[in-house]
Design a protein around this ligand. Structure first.
Ligand SMILES: C[S@@+](CC[C@H](N)C(=O)[O-])C[C@H]1O[C@@H](n2cnc3c(N)ncnc32)[C@H](O)[C@@H]1O
Length: 341
């Protein structure tokens, strides 16, 4: 029901002349008030999407149904979300296809789950693992708000991925694995167990130290192809008359992607073609960033992640439930400013 004239119950995005965006849910007899007049919902209901409409004092609003990328950047968050530019890369480079059997961890705020569910479709399968219940609840509400209810292909399991995935999935039964978590190297054996030969494994990590450690851990197993590591930068442009230039601001860094594929059992992989000897770290190099492999050092704070206070999590859970129930449509409507990481 995302096509056709605007109907009561539709979530719509109003963009004013200063490019400010408000999201509302249309109700018969409803009103949208600002200090610059009133917009009657009945003026919108029945009009085509993409209409431009005047409020009671002549202010203009462009009216569109929000896209998933719009929702992701304004939805309640428990954890940092995968940005739309990266979700697109994950779907493409991870070759997530309709009908695929995919496992994912952690769920966080559910942003990536939305893209994965759209890619696998109703006939696919997405099994998401999350160790923190409060995050899983926020993610569930966010995903249900986007799909208008429970998605038939989605299942969430609480607990650590590396333990739960082998307890719930048959060996070699999974087509694609996507991990967005602090320590994906702890999951190498579990991924090798559940991923079918030829299956794709995508990792999303925020720091160079995590990237290095997970790549070395993947190589050390000999069960995967040589990992490919890359990042995606998207730079917006200002295009107006002769003033054509890059935007002054951009999201310069989000995370790195590391992609590899499961080899057949008993096969010896072909190493990277020009692998320099120095890639084999001396013990003192390794200890410089692993602190002699002490797992205690790999904390969210040490990796520069901002923790979520209990207060922030409670607010995100309340907002996500209100949006999912239709009582509100965005955190801006709830009177809060969306956070930009
Ligand atoms: C950055 S967030 C994920 C964000 C999510 N991909 C999104 O787009 O909204 C990382 C999540 O991984 C979870 N996590 C970390 N290690 C995990 C593990 N071993 N098993 C399951 N969940 C884990 C954390 O609790 C956190 O919610």
């Amino acid at each position: 029901m995302r096509r056709g004239p605007l109907r009561p119950g539709d979530r719509v995005q109003l963009t004013d002349e200063k490019r400010r965006i408000n999201t509302i849910t249309l109700k018969t007899g409803g009103e949208f008030h600002t200090h610059k007049g009133v917009l009657h919902h009945d003026e919108l209901i029945g009009r085509p999407e993409g209409s431009v409409i005047h409020n009671s004092v002549g202010h203009r609003y462009q009216v569109l149904r929000p896209l998933v990328k719009d929702f992701v950047l304004s939805m309640p968050r428990g954890a940092t979300v995968v940005y739309p530019k990266d979700a697109g890369q994950i779907v493409q480079m991870g070759d997530i296809y309709p009908g695929a059997r995919v496992v994912e961890a952690g769920v966080g705020s559910g942003a990536l789950s939305m893209s994965l569910l759209r890619a696998v479709g109703d006939a696919g399968y997405l099994h998401s693992f999350e160790r923190r219940e409060e995050f899983a609840l926020i993610a569930r509400d966010n995903v249900e708000a986007v799909f208008g209810g429970a998605h038939p292909a989605w299942r969430i399991t609480l607990g650590d991925f590396q333990e739960q995935v082998v307890a719930t999935e048959e060996p070699g039964s999974i087509d694609r694995v996507v991990l967005d978590m602090l320590a994906p190297w702890e999951c190498v054996d579990a991924v090798a167990t559940v991923l079918a030969p030829g299956g794709v494994w995508v990792n999303y990590v925020a720091t160079v130290t995590q990237m290095s450690r997970v790549v070395e851990a993947i190589r050390a197993t000999g069960q995967f192809t040589e990992p490919e590591s890359f990042e995606t930068m998207v730079r917006g442009w200002h295009v107006e008359g002769l003033a054509v230039r890059p935007d002054h601001r951009m999201v310069a860094h989000t995370a790195f992607l590391i992609v590899c594929r499961r080899l057949a059992d008993g096969t010896v992989g072909i190493p990277g073609s020009r692998r320099p000897k120095s890639a084999e770290f001396a013990p003192e190099d390794v200890s410089a960033w692993t602190k002699d492999h002490s797992e205690d050092e790999w904390t969210p704070e040490a990796l520069g992640e901002r923790g979520s206070s209990d207060k922030k999590l409670r607010r995100a859970a309340r907002d996500a439930a209100a949006i999912s129930d239709g009582a509100a449509t965005s955190v801006t409507e709830l009177g809060e400013t969306p956070e930009v990481d």
